[in-house]
Design a protein around this ligand. Structure first.
Ligand SMILES: *[C@@H]1O[C@H](CO)[C@@H](O)[C@H](O)[C@H]1NC(C)=O
Ligand SMILES: *[C@@H]1O[C@H](CO)[C@@H](O)[C@H](O)[C@H]1NC(C)=O
Ligand SMILES: *[C@@H]1O[C@H](CO)[C@@H](O)[C@H](O)[C@H]1NC(C)=O
Ligand SMILES: *[C@@H]1O[C@H](CO)[C@@H](O)[C@H](O)[C@H]1NC(C)=O
Ligand SMILES: *[C@@H]1O[C@H](CO)[C@@H](O)[C@H](O)[C@H]1NC(C)=O
Ligand SMILES: *[C@@H]1O[C@H](CO)[C@@H](O)[C@H](O)[C@H]1NC(C)=O
Ligand SMILES: *[C@@H]1O[C@H](CO)[C@@H](O)[C@H](O)[C@H]1NC(C)=O
Ligand SMILES: *[C@@H]1O[C@H](CO)[C@@H](O)[C@H](O)[C@H]1NC(C)=O
Length: 324
C-alpha cells in the first residue's frame, strides 16, 4: 500500500476550514477519537454501503422499506445481517471494517455494524423521484433511525462513528437531464443531506462523523469511453466539491463532534491508475464472479476485493486520525 503515502495523508482529514480569520473550533469539547475504542459503526447511504438483513426489503436493506417504515425494538435487535447480501454479492467495505459479516449486529465483536443504507437511494425524494415505490432515501433513512432506533441501540460519543456515503445514484440519475443547472442542484442536495446529518446530531448521534466522496463512476464499465463520460466526471467532481464545502461548514459549526472525510474519488483513481500493482488486469469490463482480476463486479459496482482494499485504506486513515 506504500504508493498511497503521499496522497492518503490528505485523503482523510479533519475538515476544519482554511483561512487564518476563521475562529478556531474549541477542540476541548470534542470527544477523543480512538479507532481502537470504536464499538458502534453507523451507516447511511446506497448500494455501495447497504447490507441485507432478515427484517429488510430483500436485497435492498438491513431493515425497513417505504412500506415498512416503522420497526419495533425487537425487530431491530433480532434483525440479522445476511452473509454477502450486498451490492457486489460479497462482503462490503463496512463489513470488512467492522468484522460484522453475518448475524445480529449486537453480537459482533469488536465492532457492531448498524447499517441503514438502502440500495438505490438518492439523497431526497423531493429532489429526485424514488427508484422504486419501496425505496428509502437518505433523508428518510435518518428519519427512520431517529424515530425507531436512536433510543434502542447505543451510541456513546467516544465509541461511535457514523459514515455517510451518498450521491452515487443522484449523479447517475440526473446525468441525462439537459435542462438541469447541476451546480445549483448539488447545493440543493447538500441542504437536504446536511439537514439529515443535523437530524442525526439532534438525536444525539455524536462522536465522529465520516463523509465519503463519490468515486469516479465515469470509469465504470457502462460509462467508460462514452460521449457522456466527461460530463459525468465533471458532475461527480462538482458534487464532491459541494460535499467537502458543506462538510467543512458542518465541522466549523459543530465543534463538539469529530468530522473526518475519506477521499474515495482519489483512492479509486489510485487503484485504477495502478491496477496491475493490485492484481487487477481488467478494469473496463466486469464479471459477476469471484475472479480477483476484475475491478468491477457489474456495470456500476466494484467487486468484494475492491471493498476489502477500501476497508483497509479507510482503517489505515482512521488509525492515523487517532494518532495510532
Ligand atoms: C414488512 O416486513 C416484514 C418483515 O419484517 C415482511 O414480512 C413484510 O412482508 C414486509 N412488508 C412489506 C410490504 O414490505
Ligand atoms: C462471501 O463473500 C466473500 C467475498 O467477499 C467470499 O470470499 C465468500 O466465499 C462468500 N461466502 C459465501 C458463502 O458465498
Ligand atoms: C442506482 O441504484 C440502482 C438500484 O436501484 C442500481 O441498479 C444502479 O446501478 C445505481 N446507479 C448507479 C449510477 O450506480
Ligand atoms: C409498487 O410498485 C409495484 C411495481 O411497480 C406495483 O405493482 C405495486 O402495486 C406498487 N405498490 C403500491 C403500494 O403502490
Ligand atoms: C441516459 O441516457 C442513456 C443513453 O440514452 C441511457 O442508456 C441511460 O439509461 C440514461 N440514464 C438514465 C438515468 O436515464
Ligand atoms: C430535469 O431537471 C428539471 C429541473 O430541475 C426538472 O424539472 C425535470 O423534471 C428534470 N427532468 C427529468 C427527466 O428528470
Ligand atoms: C459552501 O457552503 C455554505 C453553507 O454550508 C454555503 O453557504 C456556500 O454557498 C457554499 N459555497 C459554495 C462555493 O458553494
Ligand atoms: C475485460 O472483461 C471483459 C468482459 O469479460 C472482456 O470483454 C474484455 O475483453 C476484458 N478486457 C481485458 C483487457 O481483458
Amino acid at each position: 500500500m506504500h504508493i498511497f503515502s503521499g496522497i492518503m495523508a490528505l485523503a482523510l482529514s479533519i475538515a476544519v476550514p482554511f483561512g487564518s480569520a476563521a475562529p478556531v473550533p474549541d477542540d476541548s469539547i470534542k470527544p477523543r477519537f480512538n479507532w481502537n475504542k470504536i464499538k458502534y459503526v453507523y451507516a447511511f447511504g446506497d448500494s455501495y454501503t447497504f447490507v441485507g438483513g432478515t427484517q429488510g426489503y430483500p436485497k435492498f436493506s438491513f431493515i425497513g422499506s417505504a412500506f415498512n417504515f416503522s420497526y419495533t425494538p425487537q425487530q431491530l435487535l433480532e434483525d440479522e445481517i445476511q452473509l454477502n447480501v450486498t451490492g457486489s454479492d460479497g462482503a462490503s467495505w463496512l463489513e470488512y471494517l467492522t468484522g460484522c459479516f453475518q448475524g445480529r449486529p449486537a453480537e459482533c465483536a469488536p465492532r457492531q455494524l448498524w447499517d441503514f443504507a438502502f440500495s438505490g437511494a438518492d439523497v431526497d425524494k423531493t429532489l429526485i423521484p424514488l427508484h422504486h415505490n419501496f425505496s428509502v432515501d437518505l433523508v428518510d433513512q435518518v428519519r427512520e433511525w431517529a424515530l425507531f432506533a436512536s433510543d434502542v441501540i447505543p451510541h456513546p460519543a467516544e465509541e461511535t462513528i457514523t459514515a455517510f456515503w451518498i450521491g452515487i445514484n443522484d449523479t447517475g440519475d440526473t446525468l441525462n437531464n439537459s435542462t438541469l443547472d447541476f451546480k445549483a442542484f448539488w447545493e440543493l442536495e447538500m441542504q437536504s443531506l446536511f439537514g439529515a446529518v443535523q437530524n442525526a446530531y439532534n438525536h444525539n448521534l455524536r462522536g465522529t462523523y465520516l463523509f465519503m466522496t463519490l468515486p469516479p463512476l465515469e470509469r465504470s464499465p457502462d460509462h467508460i469511453g462514452t460521449a457522456i463520460a466527461p460530463l459525468y466526471e465533471q458532475n461527480i467532481k462538482d458534487y464532491n466539491t459541494a460535499l467537502l464545502n458543506h462538510t467543512a461548514h458542518f465541522a466549523r459549526t459543530h465543534p463538539d463532534v469529530n468530522v473526518l472525510t475519506f477521499d474515495t474519488h482519489q483512492w479509486f483513481y489510485d487503484i485504477l491508475d495502478n491496477a496491475e500493482q493490485y492484481g487487477f488486469t481488467n478494469i473496463t469490463g466486469f464479471c459477476q464472479c469471484s475472479d480477483p482480476a476484475f475491478f468491477w463486479f457489474n456495470t456500476g459496482h466494484p467487486t468484494a476485493r475492491v471493498h476489502s482494499l477500501l476497508a483497509e485504506a479507510v482503517e489505515t486513515e482512521l488509525k492515523k486520525a487517532a494518532g495510532l
